[in-house]
Design a protein around this ligand. Structure first.
Ligand SMILES: Cc1cc2nc3c(=O)[nH]c(=O)nc-3n(C[C@H](O)[C@H](O)[C@H](O)COP(=O)(O)O)c2cc1C
Length: 139
């Protein structure tokens, strides 16, 4: 089972999460999509592979009330875990680079560059999300 876990304030990253999940399903793998508020770190680490999504918040940061504490607790458990990351941004879009560095430093097996989509994902953005899901499913 693959987990797609996301934080989204206005629904853009949530749409991306569902498109990533569609790609995972299209590749023939089982997937669960959860908002970060619906899942514990213990549950998250049980997934065989993870797609993590968070909108660009603060000043090029992960959302700090819910997602950052969740991710900080999950981070030491990512050693060897296959994962991808994604999220929507409004004007900057560099938060995924810092997040990627954190994942790699923690020993996570990041399978692709983080996927940043501006605003609400259009059809092309959703297609990129589906490809990311397939990359995770087929790894
Ligand atoms: C409080 C707040 C802080 C934000 N900070 C950034 C930022 O630092 N860089 C950026 O590119 N976008 C920033 N944004 C814009 C969001 O990333 C953008 O609206 C995104 O599409 C929201 O995705 P969501 O619908 O999944 O919440 C911020 C938005 C809010 C509300």
């Amino acid at each position: 089972m693959i987990g797609v876990i996301y934080w989204s304030g206005t629904g853009n990253t949530e749409q991306m999460a569902h498109a990533v999940a569609a790609g995972i399903k299209a590749a023939g793998q089982d997937v669960e999509v959860k908002s970060v508020s619906e899942v514990s770190v213990a549950d998250a680490e049980k997934y065989e592979k993870l797609a993590l999504g968070c909108a660009d918040m603060g000043a090029e940061q992960l959302e700090e009330m819910e997602f950052e504490p969740f991710y900080t607790e999950l981070e030491p458990k990512l050693g060897g875990k296959k994962l991808v990351i994604f999220g929507s941004y409004g004007w900057g879009g560099t938060w995924l680079e810092d997040w990627s560095t954190r994942i790699k430093d923690a020993g996570g097996d990041l399978l692709a560059d983080g996927l940043a989509v501006f605003g609400e994902p259009d059809d092309a953005g959703k297609a990129q999300c589906e490809e990311l899901g397939k990359t995770l499913a087929n790894a």
